[in-house]
Design a protein around this ligand. Sequence first.
Ligand code: NCD
Length: 319
Amino acid sequence: MSEQLQRDTRGRLRHLLTLDGIERGILERLLARAARHVRPAGRRPARGTALRGRTVVNLFFEPSTRTRASFTLAARRLGAEVLDFDPEGSSAAKGETLEDTLLNLQAMGADAFVVRHAEPGIHARLARVARPGVAVINAGEANISHPTQGLLDALTIRRCKGKDFARLTVAIVGDILHSRVAASATTALMALGVGELRLVAPPELLPPDSRIRAHRVVNDLDAGVAGCDVVMMLRVQRERLASTGVHVPTGAEYRQRWGLSAERLRRAKPDCIVMHPGPVNRDVELASEVMDGPQSVILDQVANGVAVRMAVLEELLAR
Ligand code: NCD
């Protein structure tokens, strides 16, 4: 449903609500476009003028460090004006619906809304009221999806391992049940034809249904990372545990069973890369020596995030 809603009558993307059902060709075009915006570490970032005169509004109703900053930098580096909407100091606190907030900001000339929210379906609702030509971009929807994160994860793998995803074995490890990152990464990787995708987690942290597609489920970390080209670690989403009533051990106990140490990583291929969407709980799901070690591409993911968001903004707005 969201997939139809995000296309215009000519089939072009006008919103980015989900990666579900998106064509491989569109994914590849976005990744290729994003790849052109990546610069070597330490060099000046890419810039352009494609969004000159445009206004992008950030509407973040959940905490964010990377996503919000990278959307802001992406929009500014393409010449757009960025408005940071603060839900706490706004009329949302006085009972205005988010749809009405969007209509008001749209009346002031906003061209795109970058939205993070804990309520499932809110992005689609906003897309339905947005005027033609005004884009809604999902920057995180509950535990459901996080499309630009899925794209930046795919871009990071592509830049490290090449375009032939069919050769790769990828493990996603940890709290898959509550992870919108896992949901969007698995969708992107399956669409790109990944060779083997493993979900590695205890049974209580796996979705009960077939909400998340993969080739294998592994309930043991040592077996899960064996032979992998890519291992993506996830944070336990403690703020979402109450909603499902799942109990997850804390600190040392979690690390013992589900934390990636340098020793465990040796079971993967020698050139295996280690990913994490951030924020990392250091020495819980990921040992510091791995996080700061040569196989970690976590900060490349962050850099690639800006490039992906530039590509998405261009795709939706630069016509
Ligand atoms: C994630 C998120 O908010 O979904 N962070 C991010 O966007 N890079 C993951 C998390 O909070 O664990």
